[in-house]
Design a protein around this ligand. Sequence first.
Ligand code: 15L
Length: 267
Amino acid sequence: MRVLMTGAAGHIGSVLRERLAGRYDLLRLSDVVRMAPAGPGEEVVSAELSDISQVMTAMDGIDAVIHLGGIPGEDTWENILRSNIEGTYNVFEAARLNDARRIVFASSNHAVGFYRRDQVVDHLVAQRPDTRYGLSKAFGEDLASLYVDKHRFQVMCMRIGSFQAEPKDARQLATWMSYGDMTRLVATGLAAPDMGFAVVYGISRNTRAWWDNAHAYRLGYDPQDNAEDHADRLLAVEPPEAGGDVALALQGGIFPEMEFDGDLDAL
Ligand code: 15L
């Protein structure tokens, strides 16, 4: 399998580059920023995702895509539109034109960040984006659904929680995604037969998770880490996490709290 990874210079991309090395016939790494030169089994290309001709070049001869590229947090509408919405559209469309019909897409928990922490939600809940960034991830999931139904794609949309070497605050007792488990989930998305359109949560096997990840387990994901192992250390910190009442009530944390002038009691 010849795999293209967009956003390969970012945090997730750099970890996956190291951990997926040698597993596929080719790992082609694309980003707009400079990366270390290609090692064995790798190619490095520069591609601005908002320019479809550059994405077409990066997609040449590719079978499957790990799409991580884009802005990884809240930003202006202009920036989100260009990098995350147009960029993701161009990746799917260039994949269709090159017959690369399997995509593992880095969605985010912020596509559903307005659910309360006293709820457990699964892969079928309605999207509740908490920012323009979360909205762009919800768009990417809908785009995936369109390409699965219309063009026979297989797409795993990973609603990634908090990708860190170790969980950093009390919220991450629910949301943490370890490096090893991220590698396992991406490998599952590249291999699962007849996956169709799959929404999964990009988290480790966390005891305190708000997200029911049974669908990911059905596809073969078998996470090995649990943020609970870090609970004593994290709960001893004061305050255990940043944010006001809105952040502490809602799964998205500080993201739904940004620019918030809603009614928390109505949520
Ligand atoms: C995300 O989607 C962000 O990319 C990351 O920076 C974290 O904020 C993460 O979500 C999270 O919710 O912890």
